[in-house]
Design a protein around this ligand. Structure first.
Ligand SMILES: Nc1ncnc2c1ncn2[C@@H]1O[C@H](COP(=O)(O)OP(=O)(O)OP(=O)(O)O)[C@@H](O)[C@H]1O
Length: 593
């Protein structure tokens, strides 16, 4: 129960008397009838008050202000169902109060502003905003100026806005220009723009810390600036996975109130050099092939965005590519199974306890920002090398994701129980199987059916992954062309490499996926049709957050909570509904609001 009462008085909304109460953490107002009985209460956490203005003020659709000396207007976050998406839409709530005297009005505005400063320490004052004028449907500028800028102005945030003129301009700016005075960086665009900010900020932070990004064993320094995403792209997966909806106003309000969501980042290396950072998916096999195939259709120009063309194209591509499998060696460093598991059926939602415990584990003495990494933390230390697990065989796809990677078409995502900020990623291995079985696996991503509950699919929670090609892959390629089963000598002997990694066969002892009963890995009988009877290539490509990587043999390492977004994870709609901001007297004791 809150005891730190700051102010309480009668206020009027129109001609209705309300009892308004400001405690340390909440501002609430209750309509009272003529007999002094409470009717409806609205309660808003102080941290979700967007702004307080003297007079009668309106912001949207356009700004208007009437400077009356006994009135004040409070703007706050108001939630509504998103009608389909997993998360909740945030809207700007507005309430206009009248006081009996100017002195009381001044007291209310002063106390509310003081409470805001005290309870929202991470609210940004100055932001650097990059708008991609060509992202998505090319509406980035319009979205920013009509929906977002008025909200930032209301909240007193000053913005330096740059409309990009070329790809990588935002990344280069962050790497080279003076960033002093900025609290955060915002992109108005899609996942490609977010990726530019990610690379720019991480690179800049390591440069300043004198750390080498190329060395996967180096513990990178977390970025001090927050990243905000105003979704205006054609793919807004990072926004969806961290907010739960793709909506510019919702995202702008998260930025304004200074929400802070840490995010794990995967660094991808090849031959001792950093290739890219990823937050969403690094995928080989099917996901790489789909991206490579879609790149081929760039010649179609805008026609490739036509829905009917896309549908036919998509269907043919999936059928065509679902027949391919690739030989590879996957080595992975498992995460501690005591903390969580990819099959534990939990969802990483706002206030996730797994991620909070990870924060304590990763940064034992952490304050909100500051020097976050413990010097003891080194996931790739010599101690943990012995825990590596290795598997070898033919895969339909190999993917690693640092988050659920949910999106509008796949509301639960690639790995529904993955966490945003627990310092791990989920490695999904889909062994070679019949194309129809693989299509079943793919289809399950669009429903609530468990895509991991299939005999040819494995999922592991990991801290690092290495992928390499088998040394005798040319022979394999020839055998594959003849449609014969492949069982390499190494598989029959059991694979133990020079640094003593665990034999994969042992690890998969219970699984029959991709193997026959003698333990040899088997190749599914080829599925023949007019579309896919061509000899498939012996190597696929890596799809890293929508970009094709130029290398096949890579090492990925997950860096726990390397960046922070202005977000709070997906809010549990059911919990918020049962604890609504507008509370009847019967439910007025709800502790959350
Ligand atoms: N002014 C510009 N001209 C050309 N390309 C740009 C410009 N500004 C940014 N870009 C690049 O455009 C790419 C796509 O941008 P963005 O992510 O905003 O839109 P998108 O429609 O979601 O695209 P994607 O399908 O790649 O996600 C980014 O990788 C970014 O580097």
């Amino acid at each position: 129960m809150e005891t730190d009462l700051c102010l309480e008085s009668s206020l009027w909304v129109g001609n209705k008397r309300h009892r308004a109460v400001l405690t340390g953490w909440h501002f609430k107002w209750t309509e009272v009838d003529k007999k002094n009985r409470d009717k409806k209460t609205v309660s808003v956490p102080v941290s979700e008050v967007v702004g307080v203005e003297e007079g009668r003020v309106e912001i949207l659709p356009r700004k208007s202000a009437e400077d009356t000396d006994k009135d004040f207007t409070v703007f706050y976050v108001k939630r509504s169902s998103s009608g389909g998406s997993y998360g909740l839409l945030w809207r700007l709530g507005r309430i206009q109060f009248s006081c009996p005297s100017r002195a009381l009005r001044d007291q209310w505005t002063k106390q509310l502003r003081t409470a805001l400063k005290t309870h929202s320490p991470l609210r940004p004052h100055k932001l650097l905003v990059f708008i991609n004028p060509f992202g998505g449907k090319g509406k980035g500028r319009q979205i920013y100026h009509s929906l977002v800028a008025p909200l930032f102005e209301l909240a007193g945030i000053s913005c330096h806005v740059i409309v990009t003129e070329r790809a990588n301009q935002a990344r280069d700016h962050l790497l080279k220009k003076d960033l002093a005075g900025f609290d955060g960086v915002v992109c108005v665009g899609g996942d490609g723009m977010f990726s530019e900010l990610l690379h720019g900020l991480i690179g800049r932070t390591q440069q300043e810390a004198g750390l080498c990004e190329n060395d996967p064993a180096v513990t990178l320094q977390p970025c001090p600036l927050h990243i905000g995403i105003i979704p205006a792209g054609s793919t807004d997966c990072v926004c969806y996975a961290t907010v739960g909806v793709v909506d510019p106003v919702t995202s702008a309000l998260h930025i304004i109130i200074g929400d802070s969501q840490p995010l794990d980042v995967c660094s991808v290396h090849h031959a001792s050099a950093l290739v890219r950072y990823s937050v969403s998916m690094v995928g080989y096999g099917f996901y790489g092939d789909v991206l490579a195939e879609s790149e081929k259709h760039r010649w179609m120009g805008p026609l490739r965005y036509d829905y009917s063309v896309r549908f036919v194209q998509c269907f043919c591509t999936v059928v065509y590519l679902s027949n391919r499998s690739y030989a590879g060696i996957v080595e992975y460093l498992p995460a501690d199974p005591l903390f969580s598991s990819p099959r534990d059926k939990t969802r990483c939602l706002s206030g996730c306890s797994v991620c909070s415990r990870s924060t304590e584990r990763l940064f034992p003495q952490s304050s909100e920002s500051g020097s976050l990494y413990s010097s003891h933390f080194s996931q790739l230390s010599a101690d943990s090398e012995g825990e590596w697990v290795s598997v070898e065989g033919r895969f339909r796809c190999v993917s690693l994701t640092c988050m659920s990677s949910s999106c509008a078409r796949s509301p639960l995502g690639l790995s529904p129980s993955a966490h945003l900020a627990d310092g791990t990623g989920d490695l999904i291995l889909v062994w070679d199987t019949h194309p129809l079985a693989f299509l079943k696996f793919l289809h399950r991503h669009t429903s609530t059916q468990d895509q991991f509950d299939l005999p040819f699919v494995e999922v592991h929670r990991v801290k690092a992954v290495r992928f390499s090609l088998p040394k005798n892959r040319d022979e394999e390629g020839q055998e594959e062309a003849r449609g014969a089963s492949v069982g390499t000598d190494e598989e029959e002997r059991g694979y133990v490499d020079a640094i003593g990694r665990v034999d994969s066969q042992q690890h998969l002892a219970d699984g029959t996926a991709g193997r026959d009963q003698t333990g040899k890995q088997k190749t599914a009988a080829p599925f023949l049709c007019g579309l896919c009877c061509r000899k498939p290539p012996s190597e696929s490509v890596w799809n890293c957050d929508g970009e094709i990587l130029p290398f096949t043999e890579i090492l990925c390492r997950i860096h726990g909570q390397l960046v922070r977004l202005y977000a709070r994870g997906i809010e549990d709609g059911a919990a918020i509904d049962s604890c609504s901001q507008e509370i009847d007297e019967s439910t007025a004791r709800c502790s959350r609001y």
